[in-house]
Design a protein around this ligand. Structure first.
Ligand code: AMP
Length: 117
């Protein structure tokens, strides 16, 4: 069950500031507070979903499509379309998901290597 006591819910509601780069009816994108490479932006849903599986299960097909279009649009806006980028979706304990509100990391702006660690 979605728990509103999380930092992204507070960002969506304006209780916590963020360095916003994009927003539309479905998604909001902002810089990660702990950047792990030159470009590290998070795209979160406006809808209240815990993780990827919850999003895919609960959201309408239109919402899923619009969200991933927004992710692609943000990557283009960030100028990493041609240089390349990595999308990361942490889900659950083993992935180290810190914030239980569905989000995608856009990572790029420099060579990232082939693996995650
Ligand atoms: P995850 O491990 O996928 O849940 O990642 C959550 C991400 O949210 C981490 O990379 C954090 O650095 C980032 N984060 C946490 N609090 C904030 C915040 N207030 N503004 C921006 N990013 C945040």
């Amino acid at each position: 069950m979605y728990n509103r006591d999380n930092v992204f819910y507070k960002i969506l509601n304006g209780q916590i500031p963020c360095e916003k780069v994009y927003e539309d009816a479905i998604a909001v994108a902002f810089h990660d507070i702990h950047r792990c490479c030159r470009i590290h932006v998070l795209v979160i849903t406006r809808g209240l979903y815990i993780n990827f599986a919850d999003f895919v299960k609960q959201a309408s097909a239109d919402e899923v499509k619009s969200f991933f279009h927004a992710v692609s649009h943000v990557a283009n806006m960030l100028g990493v379309k041609d240089s390349g980028y990595r999308l990361l979706m942490n889900s659950g304990l083993d992935a180290g998901q810190e914030v239980e509100h569905f989000h995608v990391h856009i990572l790029g702006g420099e060579p990232l290597g082939k693996k995650l660690k």
